[in-house]
Design a protein around this ligand. Structure first.
Ligand code: NAD
Length: 513
């Protein structure tokens, strides 16, 4: 373990005191105020870097979900009745408050997730502020098909209308960004929302809802209920007053969510798991690929749905790639998330760390652990950056989502084989191709079945561009104008222009021409 040398005024202890004070009134945010959950059960948020309990709260139950949905329903007519310009102004103010509170957001995010503070400060929080500013602008730019006289006797046009109350469920890996990706397009389009964050990570979703109120968004537009998936989550998905379910999480839970949402005929948006391939052709810049692989595999301790997880390297570069990637992984500094010079924090929990270790331990029977493959001697849920070689394509370590700092590397010979291997898992969220030959890279972008393909990079995201899956990674897009459209429904409006009583088409029902 790396021991930070810099004098650091920040500590988990001071941030723990801040969250305890900030959320003393509970871990739900309903109709503009914090409330305690009424499920009768409590949950302790644990700092994964130390194992210490930092905040114990009453979990939301079905009554709390009902109260949040009622608040969102009550706020809907007023919020959806604003002009796009008025909603846009409110959301610009929201972006300004988020920016003002940026340091508090970064600290809370790092405490609950164990994320290095530099990642929270430089990625999660500014990304969220930028997303908010983007959707403030998008609120004024809903596109519809143009109006016209398509029959000759009528004028038709399209209205894009909000759907109503949206129920959203988010995972623990990027709690703030996932909250933002759900809430922002929904409210920009005039919907109101009830968000259920993961039980492990409530703080920044709650702070996000408080920032909305501080920015002047009407109470009830953004509500948060922090409860268990099987209880509060399922109740939210099946709720008759919720018109749309938007879910980000694992493919297994996504299937269950889809079943419940389908039974109540809801609009559904699913952002699910990933197992991103990282395809290195033999003309690639090897050092760039090695740096890209280590950053792409280890960001957020590998708990990233788009993380590079399967590196396929063309045979001439394979040995050098394995050696250099292992060497670079060994320089990554594990440590206190609040130390400025920590590169890698712990996994989200000890349970998850043991799950990741289980995948690696089982892989020893059929593959080679080149580096890592163990937890350091530390009370936190840390796991060393791990590189695994020589695993068969159909093995568990290559096919399953591990969600930890584990990269598997496999060789390939022909370009056809590399692309086929890249496509050979149930998932299709993201991928990257590494080559200095524009034709090869371009072919990979066309033939890889994934919602995002990077060329000579892996991970960057943009507010303007869509994020979402193919195949078992789900459907629906987050961010960008595409996601905005998903939170609206399209209505055809048709005016008769003739004032004729007996119209020509009536003869198909009565009389002759
Ligand atoms: P998870 O599926 O276990 O939980 C996600 C959320 O669903 C949590 O809030 C949880 O409480 C809730 N939930 C659990 N059971 C439920 C049920 N029966 N009904 C309703 N809600 C329920 O996922 P996780 O472990 O929190 O997050 C990791 C997963 O999320 C990974 O698979 C990762 O790939 C995926 N993810 C996907 C994206 C994307 O954009 N595609 C982004 C981030 C994370």
């Amino acid at each position: 373990m790396h021991n930070p040398t810099s004098a650091n005024p920040l500590s988990a202890t001071s941030v723990t005191a801040s969250v305890q004070e900030r959320f003393a009134d509970g871990a739900n945010h309903i109709a503009g105020r914090l409330t305690k959950g009424t499920s009768g059960r409590t949950h302790a948020v644990v700092d994964p870097a130390t194992g210490a309990e930092v905040y114990t709260y009453e979990l939301a139950g079905t009554d709390d979900v009902d109260a949040a949905v009622a608040a969102a329903r009550a706020a809907f007519p007023g919020w959806s009745g604003l002009t796009p310009g008025e909603r846009s102004d409110a959301m610009h103010r929201f972006a300004a408050v988020l920016d003002e509170w940026a340091e508090e957001f970064a600290r809370f995010e790092s405490l609950q997730c164990g994320k290095p503070i530099k990642l929270s400060r430089e990625f999660d929080v500014p990304g969220t502020v930028d997303n908010t500013a983007f959707f403030a602008g998008a609120a004024r730019h809903l596109q519809g098909q143009s109006a016209g006289e398509y029959s000759g006797d009528h004028t038709s046009y399209v209205r894009r209308e909000p759907i109503g109350v949206v129920g959203s469920i988010a995972p623990w890996n990027y709690p703030l960004q996932m909250a933002a990706w759900k809430v922002l397009p929904a409210i920009a389009a005039g919907n109101t929302i009830v968000l259920k964050p993961a039980e492990l990570t409530p703080f920044t979703s709650l702070l996000f809802a408080e920032a909305a109120v501080a920015a002047g968004l009407p109470e009830g537009v953004v509500n948060v209920v922090t409860g268990a998936g099987r209880d509060a989550g399922e109740h939210l998905v099946g709720h008759p007053d919720v018109a749309m379910t938007s879910f980000t999480g694992s493919t297994g839970v996504g299937k269950r969510v889809a079943e419940i949402a389908t039974a109540t005929v809801k609009r559904l948006h699913l952002e699910l798991g990933g197992k991103a391939p990282f395809l290195v052709f033999d003309d690639a810049d090897l050092d760039a690929a090695v740096h890209g692989a280590v950053a792409g595999a280890l960001i957020n301790t590998g708990q990233d749905c788009t993380a590079a997880t399967r590196a396929y390297v063309q045979r001439p570069l394979y040995d050098a790639f394995v050696e250099k990637t292992a060497a670079l992984m060994e320089t990554v500094r594990l440590g206190d998330p609040f130390a400025e010079d920590t590169d890698l924090g712990p996994l989200i929990s000890h349970v998850h760390r043991d799950r990741v270790a289980g995948f690696v331990d089982r892989a020893r029977a059929y593959a080679r652990v080149v580096t890592g493959g163990e937890a350091p001697d530390h009370p936190g849920a840390y796991y060393k950056p791990t590189l695994i070689a020589d695993a068969p394509q159909d093995s568990e370590i290559v096919q399953s989502e591990i969600f930890g700092p584990v990269l598997v590397v496999l060789p390939f010979d022909s370009d056809d084989e590399g692309i086929a291997l890249a496509n050979d898992t149930p998932y299709g969220l993201a991928a990257s191709a590494w080559s200095t030959n524009v034709f090869r890279a371009n072919r990979a972008t066309r033939e890889i079945k994934a919602g995002c393909v990077w060329v000579n990079d892996h991970i960057p995201i943009l507010s303007e561009m869509p994020h979402g899956g193919y195949k078992a990674s789900g459907f629906g897009k987050d961010m960008s104008a595409y996601s905005f459209e998903e939170y609206t429904q399209v209505k055809h409006v048709m005016f008769d222009n003739t004032a004729v009583v007996r119209k020509d088409w009536h003869r198909t029902v009565f009389g002759d021409r």
